[in-house]
Write a protein that binds this ligand. Structure first.
Ligand code: PLP
Length: 442
């Protein structure tokens, strides 16, 4: 009886979903044919529960963002307290409020080097666009008006606003006419970047942007010493270095920021996701003290860029509470410890399954690459990762399959609160699912 009721509730909602909800990043045809796979109603820790009563492990922390895990009431209380006290006030021009000041100070304390001043946005795409506009504005103020181009890496993901999608090195996201001009794409080798700078001329290049570890493009850690060399190259050519820490920021890789792993301080850091663990939409651009001082000195008018929700009080209050929890509960230490278990689990999977050609990752960010024959680097005709992810769902694990650019990758990034037993469950579900799918292919 209870099951019937749940099924009815699902059907009603699924019909309405198909009728009225324009899903992000979705195939229209698939949505209409299948309806929503899950309609989630509750979350607790690493688990999500749906309207039909099924519980699944949120193996990607939803969109690599629910870092502290689901169901933390403290964040709701912080949001309510702030809404009761001051739901909204503008931060345009010289207006300010307590929470945004406290959060900007907190971010400056956490950020490496002299990254000290934050511009807030509602998410990562807006934050990237803000960074791109800021670097171009900066060079304009310095009288170097030709320095407009932004260099970005192939397989990078920076979001979907006009600037951010133009900066994204996955062509699938750029399949729209008339995106933003002056973005250039390079492979992940220093030589390729040097060649491009020489061809284009450093006097036309404003900035280089990169994720510390590429996320949506397949979980790709950088080549050895990559960022140290990038930093030196950028300095040599007067090119600003933007690190997109949207996934890696606030602990995902076992250090506060991804760039800490590579002892490199960018000129600008882009943040979002983990700053609120997804409990409220918030992002930002953090700039260095040097850049800040130059902007103050050179600017002769108003910086004509700001979002209504730049520094939204409730989002800032939620971020402060989220960062308090990450610190008080030593969650970044847990990312290190559980990250070791998680990465070990991937290596164990690779030993067991011949078709795993590579395992990649750092902290609680990891991926498994699949090939039909790793010796000859032959792929399966159809991506196997899609089927493995589907099968894993049958065993109660949500993950992502990444098939851009001919890849066949399984990606996982569980919440920071995961424990050893839960890591083992995740690995054993991947193992079982791979076995099932590979047997079907025989
Ligand atoms: N940058 C990176 C590295 C991301 O992974 C994402 C989102 O996945 C973004 C930017 C875009 O952020 P948002 O979706 O909040 O606009």
């Amino acid at each position: 009886k209870a099951e019937e009721t749940m099924e009815m509730k699902y059907s009603e909602l699924a019909e309405l979903d198909k009728k009225h909800f324009f899903h992000p990043t979705t195939s229209f045809k698939q949505q209409q044919a299948q309806g929503p796979k899950f309609i989630f109603t509750e979350g607790k820790g690493i688990y999500l529960k749906d309207v039909r009563g099924k519980t699944v492990i949120d193996g990607l922390s939803s969109l690599w963002n629910v870092n502290i895990g689901h169901g933390r009431e403290e964040l709701g209380i912080a949001a309510m307290k702030q809404m009761k006290q001051l739901a909204f006030s503008s931060t345009f021009a010289t207006n300010s409020h307590e929470r945004v000041i406290e959060l900007a100070e907190k971010v400056a304390k956490m950020a490496p080097g002299d990254l000290n001043m934050t511009f807030f946005t509602s998410g990562g795409s807006e934050a990237n666009d803000t960074a791109f506009k800021t670097v171009r504005h900066y060079w304009q103020l310095k009288g170097k008006t030709a320095k407009k181009k932004i260099i970005t890496r192939n397989k990078s993901y920076h979001g979907v606003s006009m600037g951010a999608s133009s900066a994204t090195g996955l062509p699938a996201f750029r399949a729209f006419p008339s995106l933003a001009p002056d973005f250039l794409y390079v492979d992940s080798s220093i030589e390729d970047l040097e060649r491009l700078i020489a061809e284009e001329g450093a006097d036309t290049i404003a900035a280089f942007v990169s994720e510390p570890v590429q996320g949506s493009g397949g979980v790709n850690p950088p080549p050895e010493d990559y960022f140290k060399k990038i930093r030196a190259l950028c300095d040599r050519h007067d090119i600003l270095f933007i690190a997109d820490e949207v996934i890696t920021g606030f602990g995902r890789t076992g250090t506060t920021f991804g760039m800490n792993n590579y002892d490199t301080v960018p000129d600008i850091m882009v943040i979002a996701k983990g700053i609120t663990s997804g409990y409220a939409p918030l992002g930002g651009m953090v700039i260095s003290e040097k850049l800040k001082n130059e902007l103050i000195e050179l600017s002769d008018g108003v910086f004509m860029h700001g979002y209504t929700y730049s520094g939204h009080p409730m989002c800032c209050a939620v971020a402060l509470e989220n960062l308090r929890i990450i610190e008080d509960e030593k969650l970044i230490e847990n990312v290190q410890n559980m990250g070791d278990e998680f990465q070990k689990g991937f290596k164990w999977l690779a030993d067991k399954h011949d078709v795993i050609s590579d395992t990649r990752g750092i902290g609680l960010l990891g991926a498994v690459e699949i090939m039909k024959d790793k010796e000859t680097k032959t792929r399966f005709d159809e991506p196997v990762s899609v089927k493995v992810i589907e099968e894993a769902l049958n065993h109660g694990l949500l993950g992502r399959s990444i098939i851009y650019e001919g890849q066949d990758t399984l990606a996982f990034a569980p919440p920071f609160c995961i424990n050893k037993e839960e890591v083992e469950t995740v690995i054993s579900i991947i193992d079982k699912s791979m076995t099932t799918v590979l047997n079907q292919l025989k």
